[in-house]
Design a protein around this ligand. Structure first.
Ligand SMILES: Cc1cc2nc3c(=O)[nH]c(=O)nc-3n(C[C@H](O)[C@H](O)[C@H](O)COP(=O)(O)OP(=O)(O)OC[C@H]3O[C@@H](n4cnc5c(N)ncnc54)[C@H](O)[C@@H]3O)c2cc1C
Length: 381
């Protein structure tokens, strides 16, 4: 049974077709070399990647969250690194379109939406991860510029992008109310980028950013001074939805690989598919995939209906991420030794699924946020 409308099924089929033809054949080599085929991205923009969520008056496609969810499932099914890359490339223009000034939209949206330039988003710091509001990067106003000092870590693709959004505090004593978002353009602001080697999504980079008295024009404040966290909250549900549906895509890929393997590999004189214990593993992967998809699409539909969608997005992020890990682990078991070999897509899916429970709020943070909303008591601190 599908949860998609006929129009959504058409979108899914068109996107799956282009990803299968243009990206899937490139994955193994780029995964091995830890590189990314940037040249394929502009063609994907035509399907709504990157520009889909931005309103048409701002140069985007004005897509629904449900359509975005489909795009992200398909990206995840194709390659975890593709979904991770497209997540950040989608979030930054969405945020600028939601809270940016007319001048910021006119300056930054066209190059981002066309793919002429790429973006990063920097919140996490060495001492501020889940507790993002405790960040220490500072911004001091000096004449027409803010002077930003501090460092960020694990910033996706910062080494491949030159426009960014950085969260910094203008007043640490004000706590969350001092946090401000700044648009950083590398052509006018100098910062250092260092790669941090990492395990999953090998086609992406995870970077340290070092800001040593970096000067940012004061007109680059995104939204209001002191309202950076509330600006970021505009994108948090989108990030969680993207990650949820990307995890569904990984589970779907794990399922398809498992079905192919068990119907072609024989042991004890018959296909693996004929053994009850093997069937149990494959059916479990299928069940995890479909339940995840239902929760992910439920979150997208909630956002489409204008609801805040906070609980739905947290629940989807938690469940889809954890389920993708279970599904990938089962798929690896189904494949036996072959699943642990780098030539098997399942080896990559297993590593990429491991990412699904950490960024955009870990599984524990999702649980605690849902617990707070359900019970009215915060166990976060
Ligand atoms: C591949 C990847 C890409 C990323 N990309 C970006 C990016 O582009 N931009 C960006 O800003 N960040 C990015 N991040 C950072 C990511 O958002 C953080 O890693 C995440 O928020 C968790 O923070 P942390 O790693 O500091 O873990 P910590 O906050 O130190 O948590 C460690 C463990 O403690 C648990 N924990 C923490 N607090 C509590 C609590 N109150 N109760 C119970 N358990 C708790 C966590 O769930 C986790 O299991 C990325 C991370 C990865 C791995």
């Amino acid at each position: 049974m599908t949860v998609l409308t006929d129009e959504e099924l058409d979108l899914q089929s068109a996107v799956r077709d282009i990803l299968t033809k243009k990206v899937a054949p490139l994955v193994a080599e780029h995964e091995r070399n830890r590189t990314f085929p940037w040249e394929v991205l502009p063609a994907l923009h035509e399907f709504g990647y990157v520009r889909g969520l931005v309103a048409s008056e701002d140069g985007g496609d004005g897509m629904s969250f449900s359509q975005l969810a489909i795009l992200m499932e398909e990206a995840g099914r194709c390659w975890g690194s593709l979904r991770t890359t497209l997540n950040i490339l989608t979030i930054v223009p969405y945020l600028i379109s939601q809270v940016g000034s007319p001048e910021q939209k006119a300056r930054f949206l066209p190059p981002l939406l066309s793919g002429a330039r790429r973006a990063w988003f920097a919140m996490t710091e060495p001492d501020a991860g889940s507790d993002a509001a405790s960040l220490r990067t500072t911004a001091r106003l000096e004449g027409d510029h803010y002077v930003i000092s501090g460092s960020k870590i694990y910033i996706t693709n910062a080494s491949h992008a030159d426009i960014g959004i950085v969260m910094a505090t203008v007043d640490r004593s004000a706590g969350a109310k001092g946090i401000t978002a700044f648009i950083v353009d590398r052509t006018e602001s100098d910062y250092q980028v260092n790669d941090i080697p990492h395990m999953p999504v090998r086609g992406t980079s995870s970077c340290e950013l070092v800001f040593a008295e970096m000067r940012v024009p004061k007109e680059n404040v995104l939204g209001e001074v002191g309202r950076g966290l509330s600006a970021a909250m505009k994108a948090i549900n989108v990030g969680r939805l993207n990650m949820s549906m990307g995890a569904v895509g990984l589970s779907q890929a794990a399922l398809e690989e498992s079905i192919t393997f068990v119907t072609t590999r024989e042991q004890f004189g018959k296909p693996l598919a004929g053994f009850q214990l093997v069937q149990e593993m494959v059916v479990e992967i299928a069940t995890l995939t479909q339940t995840s998809r239902l929760l992910g699409m439920n979150a997208a539909r909630a956002l489409d209906s204008g609801e805040p969608g906070r609980m739905e997005c947290s629940m989807a992020k938690y469940y889809c991420g954890e389920s993708a890990n279970k599904a990938a682990s089962l798929a690896l078991q189904v494949h036996g030794g072959a699943g642990l070999m780098e030539e098997s897509p399942v080896e990559r899916i297993f590593r990429d699924a491991r990412e699904a429970t950490i960024p955009e709020g870990t599984s524990q943070i999702q649980i605690l946020q849902m617990g707070r909303d359900l019970l009215g008591v915060s166990a976060l601190r």
